[in-house]
Design a protein around this ligand. Structure first.
Ligand SMILES: [Zn+2]
Length: 564
């Protein structure tokens, strides 16, 4: 921008420098294989639906912990908004506006302005995807609508598409249907722009499409949860596609509209998921759709890595939280395909483990079994994957993948765990093939609560076991275990709740013999687990010696304190 433009803006701003408010989104671009990776860019969406590119974000802005794509609302002075200027004629006439965060004194005004354009609050249920097939009057257009509809919705029998992909990975919990309404056929709406869009940047065409839909045609897309623009080959894309993180919009180049990976990946961004990386590559984690997978039509059948799977919550009845400083653990990590096919046989089989500690970023552990819904996953196949992700919508990083053959190490350690000066150890013991397939894994802190693959507790520790026979209201029963510290009781180190009815469920953990613990069981029905609605009871054992048998009949809860 030249000095003259700045002057004119400044003059203008004296009269009305009332700030505009908008919701700030990260937009994640899908880099093509072999090309330099593209950093996320930022867009701001104001309440009238207008989208502006955001530039010049202060370096420390994203260290403000509260930033969350789509929820963070900023205010920017009108003086910080200018028309995009370049040598291109289209820019001079387009009216596309750019927010300069520094010039506009952009600041966060709230972090709880979660609007209906944000998706991640509810990741189960019915979704509707409106696909806008964008062409222009200069003969630039994507593939035929019926073909696009087939790739995305399987309307002509495409076996692997967005609908089947999400249905399979979620175990039927996410159902995406084609948009319906007078303007839609097979989930696709045709939109023809009157300007020549060849060579324009995808972001500019996106803004044109949004303006055309909302301001000119008055199309109300608010009843659709997801909106995907398909732009012709001639549009200038940075990568293959991009999407609003935790927003509704994705923008896909026609060249990649047949690729299952691209489509599932972009909708994954709408669901609030950032990329899955490894080492220096933001996409280098090959164990899920938010990292790199194959660019092919009708492939791959693959789902999401450990961290993304945890946050999707589709397998959450078999999640487990582990705090290694409080005790070592043996984990039997399930094949997700077997889990979804009802092959679970024991209460001690888990889908995703989250390793939680006060001074560490979360680690997520999963068995990346390559079968069924995950049979075509690109890498780390049949290995136990360990992924670090610090918060729901953050980039994840594959720390290690463990196996029992020459392709992978069987053991992973990280030093000075949680500031303890000791190593955290994770080791794979067995890959068990059967019904279900699972991988057996041990987690401990070296020199503190060592454990070996023979599945007994290390010296200095004893096995604690809590078993509950539930009554007919199992989902009202829950329990937790805390460790006594100098300052009072710790956070929960083991828990179980929403139990199945009239069933025996049991959890085990190795506990230190030099510490004391508090166990609390409760019944939301407030009358215990015996005997009005079934004959429930519970039992606590230390190394197979019973320390408590009870029913807490007529009571809301019961506490047992014990030292080993
Ligand atoms: Zn992406």
């Amino acid at each position: 921008m030249g000095p003259r433009a700045q002057n004119s803006l400044r003059t203008q701003s004296k009269e009305s420098d009332s700030p505009i408010l908008c919701n700030l989104f990260s937009t994640c671009h899908l880099t093509l294989p072999g090309e330099a990776e593209i950093e996320p860019t930022f867009r701001c969406v104001s309440d009238d639906g207008k989208t502006r590119t955001v530039t010049n974000i202060p370096k420390d802005f994203f260290q403000i912990e509260a930033y969350q794509s789509g929820e963070t609302r900023i205010s920017v002075l009108a003086s910080g908004i200018s028309k995009r200027t370049s040598d291109r004629i289209s820019d001079a006439v387009s009216g596309h506006e750019v927010i300069d965060m520094i010039a506009g004194s952009g600041k966060i005004v709230s972090n709880n302005s979660k609007s209906d354009i944000v998706l991640s609050s509810n990741l189960e249920g019915a979704y509707s995807l409106a696909v806008i097939r964008v062409s222009d009057t200069y003969n630039h257009s994507p593939a035929a609508a019926a073909e696009i509809s087939d790739h995305i919705f399987g309307t002509s029998g495409d076996p692997l598409n967005v609908v089947t992909g999400y249905q399979e990975c979620s175990g039927g919990k996410v159902n995406i249907s084609p948009a319906t309404g007078s303007r839609f056929s097979g989930g696709i709406m045709e939109l023809e722009l009157t300007q020549n869009i060849a060579g324009l940047f995808s972001e500019d065409v996106e803004e044109d499409v949004t303006d055309e839909l909302e301001l000119i045609l008055g199309v109300d897309l608010s009843s659709y949860t997801n909106i995907m623009y398909i732009l012709p080959d001639e549009v200038n894309f940075n990568g293959a596609a991009y999407a609003y993180l935790d927003g509704r919009i994705s923008v896909v180049s026609n060249q990649y509209v047949s690729y299952q990976y691209v489509l599932i990946h972009e909708i994954g961004h709408n669901f609030g998921h950032h990329h899955s990386g490894r080492e220096n590559s933001a996409y280098g984690d090959l164990s899920g759709m938010m990292g790199l997978q194959v660019y092919e039509d009708d492939a791959p059948r693959a789902c999401f890595n450990a961290a993304k799977s945890w946050w999707f919550g589709w397998y959450s009845d078999r999640h487990v939280e582990v705090t290694p400083t409080s005790g070592s653990m043996v984990l039997n990590m399930l094949s997700i395909d077997d889990y979804l096919n009802d092959q679970v046989t024991s209460d001690e089989q888990y889908t995703v483990a989250r390793i939680v500690e006060d001074h560490e970023a979360d680690l997520f552990v999963m068995y990346n079994r390559a079968e069924g819904i995950n049979s075509q996953v690109l890498g780390h196949r049949d290995q136990v994957t360990i992924v670090k992700q610090n918060g729901h919508m953050e980039q994840s990083w594959l720390e290690a993948s463990l196996g029992l053959d020459d392709n992978a190490p069987f053991r992973w350690t990280t030093s000075n765990w949680n500031g303890s000066g000791r190593d955290l150890v994770m080791q794979i013991c067995d890959n068990v093939a059967g019904t279900p397939d699972y991988a057996r894994l041990i987690i401990y802190i070296e020199g503190l609560n060592d454990i070996s693959c023979d599945n007994s507790c290390p010296s200095g520790m004893s096995e604690f076991k809590a078993g509950v026979f539930t009554d007919s209201w199992g989902d009202e029963t829950g329990w937790w275990l805390k460790e006594k510290m100098d300052t009072g009781y710790s956070n929960v180190i083991l828990r179980d709740n929403y139990l199945p009815s009239n069933t025996y469920v049991e959890k085990k953990m190795c506990l230190s013999q030099s510490k004391c613990y508090k166990f609390k069981i409760r019944d939301e029905g407030q009358d215990g687990i015996c005997c009005a609605d079934g004959n429930g009871s519970y039992h606590l054992k230390i190394d197979d010696t019973t320390i408590k048998d009870g029913t807490f009949e007529g009571l809301r809860d019961e506490v047992t304190e014990f030292c080993l």
